[in-house]
Design a protein around this ligand. Structure first.
Ligand SMILES: [Mn+2]
Length: 347
């Protein structure tokens, strides 16, 4: 544990009367659950606190207990000066918290009020505020927050807080199928002891539209066997089609496709989705098979001109330009890296 960062964050909170908790994009059970647990912890310390998201909370997250307590706001208009400390939860880059206007938002913020708790690959936040950035490779931000702060706290968390953290842990580990981070099972045991409701947390409630997306996506997927890659391209026309059929939130309906298909097909270690954002940018999502030595999609994507980040096995990126160009450059960069690795392995 980075003791210096933990005590710097504690000091910042101790001095502040009001603490704003900001959750990251993509809005998922880890940032929601940890954000709500941080909020409870702050209130127990007598702080005025609020959890905000500067990107929309997907409908699929509305079943998360108490998620309606998170306010959805616009970062451009938000009164940051009403808050004496700001905690950024479960993200490593400014854009994940403040959206595409992050430059402008940062120029209005006093960096001394900012802190970050996260488990992604370190990015621009760590570079800007290293002293108050607690970044560790844990199973989830929930585990990091629990181990660094909550487990030492004088008040035992009630069952509803424990359940926030348990859901966060299950989601980020894909029910313990991702890499076995140290302390992951210990954290789970501890939460069970504190009253986590396992049955409720593992109950699956898919939105039927997620299956509709899956069926469409399977039909559209392109296969590149020589580089062990599948690619789903979502053009502007596809995006309009989805918006009509599935509603404005269609982009949040790809979780079954990602979970059951990407990186799970024999012979295909890399799964990519490229989406035309219809604003001159292209969004990338990727999944990489966990087992064995694999090339880093983040590195390939950056070489192809994307801004990219996240985890090694699951991440995202943004490209300025057309879908065709994004695809061409990304596949070329990936081809180069995969070929390099294959020739190294055959030596
Ligand atoms: Mn996370």
């Amino acid at each position: 544990m980075s003791v210096a960062q933990v005590s710097a964050i504690e000091n910042l909170i101790k001095k502040a009367e009001s603490v704003l908790v900001v959750i990251s994009r993509p809005v998922d059970p880890d940032c929601i659950g940890t954000g709500l647990a941080v909020h409870w912890w702050l209130e127990q310390q007598g702080k005025r606190s609020q959890v905000v998201s500067f990107s929309p909370i997907p409908e699929t997250m509305q079943r998360f207990p108490d998620s309606q307590r998170i306010c959805c706001e616009q970062s451009k208009k938000f009164p940051f000066d009403h808050w004496q400390a700001i905690m950024l939860i479960d993200g490593s880059s400014w854009i994940q918290f403040f959206g595409k206007h992050w430059h402008e938002v940062l120029s209005r913020l006093d960096p001394a009020v900012l802190s970050n708790i996260d488990h992604h690959e370190p990015d621009d936040i760590c570079a800007a505020i290293p002293d108050r950035c607690l970044n560790q490779r844990t199973s989830s931000t929930a585990q990091l927050f629990y181990e660094a702060f909550l487990s030492q706290f004088s008040i035992q968390p009630p069952a509803f807080v424990v359940n926030y953290l348990y859901r966060a842990l299950l989601y980020d580990t894909r029910n313990f199928r991702n890499e076995p981070h140290e302390g992951m099972y210990r954290f789970a045991e501890e939460l069970m002891r504190l009253g986590a409701d396992h049955e409720q947390a593992v109950e699956v409630m898919y939105d039927p539209r997620e299956f509709e997306f899956l069926v469409w996506a399977l039909g559209k997927t392109q296969y590149y066997p020589e580089i062990a890659t599948t690619l789903l391209q979502i053009t502007a026309a596809d995006a309009r089609h989805f918006e009509q059929r599935l509603g404005r939130e269609w982009m949040e309906l790809d979780s079954i496709y990602k979970e059951v298909f990407l990186r799970n097909v024999a012979g295909y270690d890399y799964g990519l989705i490229l989406t035309d954002n219809q604003d001159g940018t292209v969004k990338l999502s990727w999944r990489t098979r966990s087992r064995g030595k694999k090339v880093s999609i983040a590195i390939c994507a950056r070489r192809a001109g994307f801004a990219a980040g996240g985890h090694y096995n699951a991440g995202g990126g943004l490209f300025q330009g057309t879908l065709t160009e994004a695809k061409r450059k990304l596949i070329a960069a990936l081809r180069e890296e995969v070929n390099k690795q294959q020739s190294l392995q055959s030596c």
